[in-house]
Design a protein around this ligand. Structure first.
Ligand SMILES: C[S@@+](CC[C@H](N)C(=O)[O-])C[C@H]1O[C@@H](n2cnc3c(N)ncnc32)[C@H](O)[C@@H]1O
Length: 227
């Protein structure tokens, strides 16, 4: 079984109860909602904007995004796992939103629509081995001044290896925790954001257990709609 197949299998099992179990993610009382609000705020969205939610899962960010883009805006939710997208579709239907498109795709292969105003990814990009390429592809698709924002978990700088392993055992879905800690994917994300975007910012949250990485598209690289 490939890593991608294992990941899909894991999230198929989690999908049904994800909205409840994720409230305990990565630990009970963790300020996940506050972090999400910060991430959405960092997108600088305005009514009528188009935003891609990369690895959107069940669409927990959608209500926050809807509030800022409004009915005249557009949300494109992308995820690898069919069952997670099915839950996202339920959410769209329940809320009567008509401006959300859902796409089943691997982030690594996703063809970002040109001229999007913002791209968000929450609690997912450190699971994507090709995260640097995904950030580069997204940066090229952003409209002039468009924003890329990544929120995800990390291991705090001063944490001993064994403690990091214990702490992340709860959140990493399969036996790749060692690999995740060793690979330190948040560093690749930070480097890619610095490489690809203007005014890159990096903020450690909740004692260094999470990060918010953000940046704007370079003025001369802003894609035009339809190009
Ligand atoms: C922890 S969940 C986060 C979901 C959502 N972003 C949130 O904040 O609740 C991780 C999601 O990433 C998706 N995912 C993992 N690797 C992916 C990839 N390579 N391409 C697209 N989606 C991916 C999984 O299917 C899952 O829905």
């Amino acid at each position: 079984m490939t890593t991608q197949e294992r990941l899909i299998e894991t999230y198929r099992k989690k999908a049904k109860r994800y909205d409840i179990t994720s409230r305990l993610y990565p630990a009970p009382g963790y300020p996940q909602r506050t972090q999400r609000l910060r991430a959405v705020h960092a997108l600088g969205l305005r009514p009528g904007d188009t935003v891609v939610d990369m690895a959107c899962g069940t669409g927990l960010n959608f209500p926050l995004l809807e509030k800022v883009v409004g009915p005249g805006g557009r949300i494109v939710g992308v995820d690898l796992t069919d069952a997670m997208l099915a839950r996202a579709q339920d959410r769209v239907k329940t809320n009567g939103w008509t401006n959300v498109s859902l796409v089943q795709a691997d982030a690594a292969d996703f063809d970002f629509p040109a001229g999007v105003n913002a791209i968000l990814s929450t609690y997912a990009m450190t699971q994507v081995p090709e995260c640097a390429e995904v950030i580069a592809h997204g940066a090229r698709a952003l409209s002039g001044g468009g924003r890329w924002v990544v929120l995800d978990l990390k291991v705090p700088g001063s944490t001993p290896g064994w403690l990091a392993q214990l702490g992340t055992a709860a959140v990493r879905p399969f036996a790749a925790i060692d690999e995740w800690i060793m690979r330190r994917p948040w560093e690749a994300i930070r480097a890619a954001m610095q490489e690809e975007l203007d005014d890159p910012s990096w903020t450690e949250l909740s004692g260094g257990t999470a990060f918010l990485a953000a940046g704007s598209s370079r003025p001369n690289e802003g894609a035009q709609p339809g190009t």
